[in-house]
Write a protein that binds this ligand. Structure first.
Ligand code: TXA
Ligand code: MG
Length: 353
C-alpha cells in the first residue's frame, strides 16, 4: 500500500483535502490524524473490519480496546448508554478536550472496538483538524495512538511516518501536537470514579468537579493493572530501545541529592564503557558538565516537559547511546502524567527515599 501524506494547516483547514481523508474513513480505510494530545490512527468506529485493520497495522494485542472519538454530544449518546450524571458534569466542563471517559457501551459499537468489553472509551477532542475530520466523515472515529505497539506515542507527523508509512491510507501532517501526552482517562462506571491514565486534564481539576476520585497505583505507573480494571494498562509502553533508568526522589524542593545520584550512576556506567545520556531539566543541566545531556525544559513549565517527552524518547533510538538516565518529577498537576509515562518507559527505577 502507498500512503498519502497530506499537510493540513490547523489554522486554515483545507476542506477539500480533508474531505478526501473523510472519504477514506467512510470507505473503511485508515487515516492517521492529529489531536491535541498525540496523533491517532483512525477508522470508522462502526466498521468492524476497518477497526480490525488498526490492530493489525499497529501490532496491537486484540484484547486492548480503542478510544472512540466523537464530534458532538449527540454521537456520545449514540455510542454510550446509561450515562451517569457525573460523566455529564465532567464532560460539560472538559469537552472538547484531552479527556476520555469510560462509559457503558451501546449495542451499535462493535466488539472489535471495545475488545469485547461492555464499556467503551469516549473522547471528544478539541483539535480543529480532528474535529473537522469527524464531522466530515459523519461517523465517530475509533483511534488508538498512531504508533507501533510499544513505541512512544507520536507527537509529530514524522513519528507517524517512521512507524506507519505504507501501512495506512493517509497520514495527515498538521505539525506538532499541543500537549504531547495522551488524554486523561477516567472510568465513571466505577464508584467512586477511577483514574485509569493521568493526562493533560489534571486530576486536581476533576476532583474539584466531582469530589472523590480514586487513583490506583497503576495510574501512577507503579505497577501493572489487572485486566478487569484497565485492559490496556498492563502492556509495556513508550519504551525506547535504549534502556532507561529513572531516578526518583521523595520530594523535589531540593534537587541536589537527585543530581548527585544521577551523576554517580552516570559515572559508574561510563566507567564500565557504556555510552550514557542524561535526560535533565533546565534547572539541573548545568550540573552535568562533561556528560551527554538533553533537557526536557524547565521544571516550572511542565507543559513544555510533557510536550517534549515522547519526541525525546524517540530521538534516543537515533543516537548511539547504550543507556539513558532520566530525572523524576513531583507527581502534582501534569507531573502525575509525566511520571506515569517515565515509569512505564523505564527498565529500572532507582528511588532515593
Ligand atoms: O489522547 C489520547 O487518548 C490518544 C488520542 C489519539 O486520542 N489515544 C490514545 O489511545 O492514547 P490508546 O489506544 O493509545 O490508549 C487508550 C487506552 C488504552 O490503554 C486502552 O486499554 C484504554 O485506553 N481503554 C480503551 N477502552 C477502554 C475500556 N473500555 N476500559 C478501560 N480502558 C480502556
Ligand atoms: Mg497508545
Amino acid at each position: 500500500m502507498r500512503t498519502r501524506v497530506i499537510r493540513i494547516d490547523p489554522e486554515e483547514i483545507d476542506i477539500s483535502a480533508l474531505s478526501e481523508a473523510a472519504k477514506v474513513i467512510r470507505e473503511g480505510g485508515l487515516v492517521a490524524f492529529p489531536t491535541e494530545t498525540v496523533y491517532g490512527l483512525g477508522a470508522d468506529a462502526f466498521n468492524s473490519f476497518a477497526v480490525s485493520k488498526i490492530f493489525q497495522v499497529k501490532g496491537r494485542p486484540p484484547d486492548n480496546p480503542l478510544i472512540v472519538h466523537v464530534g458532538d454530544f449527540e454521537d456520545l449518546y449514540k455510542i454510550a448508554k446509561e450515562i451517569p450524571p457525573i460523566a455529564l458534569k465532567i464532560g460539560e466542563r472538559m469537552w472538547p478536550g484531552p479527556l476520555t471517559l469510560i462509559l457503558r457501551k451501546s449495542d451499535v459499537v462493535p466488539p472489535t472496538v471495545t475488545a469485547g468489553l461492555e464499556t467503551v472509551a469516549v473522547r471528544f477532542p478539541a483539535h480543529p483538524v480532528a474535529l473537522k475530520l469527524i464531522h466530515l466523515s459523519g461517523t465517530p472515529i475509533a483511534a488508538p495512538s498512531a504508533n507501533l505497539s510499544g513505541k512512544p506515542s507520536p507527537t509529530a507527523a514524522e513519528h507517524v511516518i517512521a512507524d506507519l508509512m505504507d501501512k495506512v491510507d493517509i497520514i495527515i501532517d498538521s505539525g506538532e501536537t499541543i500537549f504531547g501526552v495522551e488524554s486523561t482517562i477516567i472510568n465513571v462506571v466505577s464508584s467512586p470514579p477511577t483514574l485509569l491514565r493521568p493526562g493533560p486534564v489534571e486530576v486536581e481539576k476533576i476532583r474539584e468537579i466531582i469530589g472523590e476520585i480514586s487513583i490506583p497505583s497503576f495510574a501512577r505507573g507503579l505497577e501493572e493493572a489487572g485486566h478487569a480494571l484497565a485492559p490496556g494498562m498492563r502492556y509495556r509502553h513508550y519504551s525506547p530501545n535504549v534502556p532507561l533508568i529513572l531516578v526518583e526522589q521523595e520530594e523535589y524542593s531540593n534537587l541536589h541529592p537527585l543530581v548527585e545520584r544521577v551523576k554517580k550512576i552516570a559515572k559508574e556506567l561510563i566507567s564500565s564503557g557504556q555510552r550514557t545520556v542524561i535526560i535533565a531539566t533546565d534547572e539541573t543541566r548545568k550540573h552535568y558538565t562533561g556528560l551527554n545531556v538533553i533537557s526536557l525544559g524547565s521544571r516550572k513549565n511542565l507543559y513544555e516537559v510533557a510536550h517534549r517527552l515522547f519526541a525525546t524518547l524517540r530521538s534516543l533510538d537515533n543516537t548511539n547511546a547504550d543507556v539513558v538516565i532520566a530525572e523524576g518529577f513531583p507527581e502534582q498537576g501534569l507531573g502525575l502524567a509525566i511520571m506515569n509515562r517515565l515509569r512505564k518507559a523505564s527498565s529500572s527505577k532507582i528511588s532515593h527515599r
